[in-house]
Design a protein around this ligand. Structure first.
Ligand code: ATP
Length: 254
């Protein structure tokens, strides 16, 4: 039986005075990659923030079988890594120091980084091809380069569950392919990856797709399933069609 890494039940969340999520229930399997897709404003980022414990909500969320609210913040940060959308970061921090922030959940208060911390940061920076810039500040990097450093920070956590909101923003095609390889490697080691993606053809590489519209989930299914493809076309008002091409699924505009 597949275990569930993240389980949301009847989740409602508000932004300002507006209810954005209207009773969302969702079970995300362990050791799999799930992509969340849907039109602008569907509530994808809001849902991801709720799953990360970053937004107050009604209903329940469990992480690895435990109520999220009952897990101490440090433990939660060890188990769940987060890559947000348009994250503000201190421009004067070096790439090395930004990636090392990912190790904070593993460090004692004011303790120097351990050998394990250094090894995790090196591995993460190399995985995102950011190692060569480790002495540069974030302010000296392009948008895509910064995104790779923020991805390295999330990887450096070495958490069981990784949530990423639009991780491909600003990445050129080769680095999108590298991101795909990183995700596949994580999943093959048993990690759980959840990504919000606008790049539908990339999202269709995932194991599972969660489709959202207007604060609700309209469909959850495997990426190879014809029913998932039809649901995806429907949520985008039949403005796209899913085609098979070179052993992949691609979403093309109609
Ligand atoms: N402070 C706020 N008050 C009220 N509504 C808000 C607030 N912030 C965001 N919203 C609305 O919440 C809805 C869901 O936003 P969310 O960012 O979760 O959508 P999304 O599916 O991730 O969108 P996108 O694909 O454009 O990134 C949007 O319609 C947005 O306009």
């Amino acid at each position: 039986m597949t275990s569930i890494a993240v389980h949301a039940r009847a989740v409602r969340a508000r932004l300002g005075n507006v209810e954005i999520l209207h009773g969302v229930s969702l079970a995300l399997p362990s050791g799999r990659w799930t992509s969340i897709v849907g039109p602008n404003g569907a509530g994808k980022s809001t849902l991801l923030k709720v799953l990360a414990g970053l937004l107050p909500h009604q209903g329940s969320v469990e992480l690895l079988g435990q109520p999220l609210a009952s897990i101490r913040p440090k433990k939660r940060a060890q188990r769940l890594a987060w890559l947000g959308q348009n994250e503000s970061t201190a421009d004067d921090l070096t790439v090395w120091d930004v990636a090392m922030l990912g190790r904070l959940p593993h460090q004692a208060w004011l303790a120097a980084p351990s050998e394990a911390d250094r090894a995790a940061v090196e591995q993460a920076l190399k995985a995102t091809q950011a190692w060569d810039w480790r002495g540069r500040t974030l302010g000296q990097l392009s948008g895509g380069e910064r995104q790779r450093v923020l991805l390295a920070r999330a990887l450096a956590v070495q958490a069981q569950v990784l949530l990423m909101d639009e991780p491909l923003a600003n990445l050129d095609p080769p680095h999108q392919a590298d991101w795909l390889a990183v995700v596949r490697a994580l999943v093959s080691k048993g990690n759980t990856v959840v990504s919000v993606l606008h790049e539908l053809s990339m999202a269709l590489h995932a194991d599972e797709l969660v489709i959202m519209a207007a604060g609700c989930i309209t469909h959850q299914g495997t990426c190879s399933d014809a029913a998932t493809h039809r649901a995806l076309e429907a949520v985008f008002d039949q403005r796209i069609t899913i085609h098979p091409l070179a052993n992949q699924w691609v979403a093309l505009p109609n």
